[in-house]
Design a protein around this ligand. Structure first.
Ligand code: SIN
Length: 277
């Protein structure tokens, strides 16, 4: 039987982020509830839920209500289920997945629309995730900078986060592909992208994947990208989510950047992530 719920939405910061209550994400939710969740995502860019309990199959069923599951190419053959990425941080790890400000997987021609991240084991403190609103980042640019960026396309590659030269796996329990058969994926995206559902402009560059600007030399593009990437996470564009066991974050990858803080000290942190195409 499909479940109808009454959602309550509580914003957690001025720029983005809202906690939703009154819904069991493990249930077979009806269309009206899915529509409300989708609207909350569009309105708040990232939405959070507490005290959820659902297994991997229920997690995938939930994700499929919003689109097809995105299979991450750089975890292929490493993770047990290609549709799921387990993000495991063990005591003693010196690095974690996602510790630079990034939008997920932007080396793809069509980056995923979002991700649903579920906390199986949360540290008692530390290991929070930061999110930054890229509508606001764009809106806050001067008119001159907006004009300068019009028509420019950035080059996105996964060579900084995977492959034999990335050195991404040292000190990190969760590995990405670094085998000799791995091949770099490169695509170009407008620096000012348009969100396909809201039609609003967003700033679309990030530390993990953006490696240059089409038609510019490295020396020319580097300072501009550096400015834009730093600008994109000014504190007033951000929110911070403190994880508890059973918490969920669902972000709209088309308009937020995020960062996992590597400060869980002696504690394990275990997350299950499903991305949506
Ligand atoms: C990610 O970048 O998808 C991981 C975020 C996190 O573990 O908080």
């Amino acid at each position: 039987m499909q479940m109808t719920t009454r959602l309550e939405v509580h914003p957690i910061a001025g720029a983005l982020g809202a906690e939703l209550s009154g819904v069991d994400l493990g249930a077979d939710l009806d269309d009206a509830t899915i529509k409300e969740i989708r609207q909350a995502l569009l309105d708040h860019c990232v939405i959070f839920f507490r005290d959820q309990a659902f297994d991997a199959e229920q997690h995938k069923r939930l994700a499929r209500r919003f689109g097809e599951i995105f299979v991450h190419p750089n975890y292929a053959g490493i993770q047990a289920d290609p549709e799921i990425v387990m993000i495991r941080r063990e005591p003693g790890d010196t690095r974690v997945v996602g510790e630079d400000w990034h939008t997920d997987t932007t080396m793809m021609a069509k980056p995923p629309m979002g991700a649903i991240l579920y906390a199986i084991e949360a540290p008692p403190y530390g290991g929070d995730t930061l999110f930054a609103n890229q509508y606001r980042a764009y809106d806050a640019l001067s008119d001159g900078m907006k004009r300068l960026l019009t028509g420019l396309r950035a080059i996105h590659s996964d060579r900084l986060v995977a492959g034999p030269n990335a050195n991404a796996n040292a000190g990190r329990t969760t590995k990405t592909r670094d085998d000799a058969a791995w091949r770099e994926t490169v695509n170009r995206h407008p620096i000012v992208a348009t969100h396909p559902e809201t039609g609003r402009p967003v700033l679309f560059v990030n530390y993990s994947y953006t490696v240059g600007i089409e038609g510019l030399t490295d020396a020319e593009s580097r300072p501009l990208l550096e400015f834009l990437m730093e600008h994109g996470h000014r504190p007033e564009f951000t929110c911070r989510f403190r994880w508890t066991q059973g918490a969920v974050a669902f972000w709209d990858n088309r308009c937020v950047k995020h960062l996992a803080i590597n400060d869980a000290g002696p504690y394990r942190r275990l997350m299950r992530r499903v991305q949506i195409a």
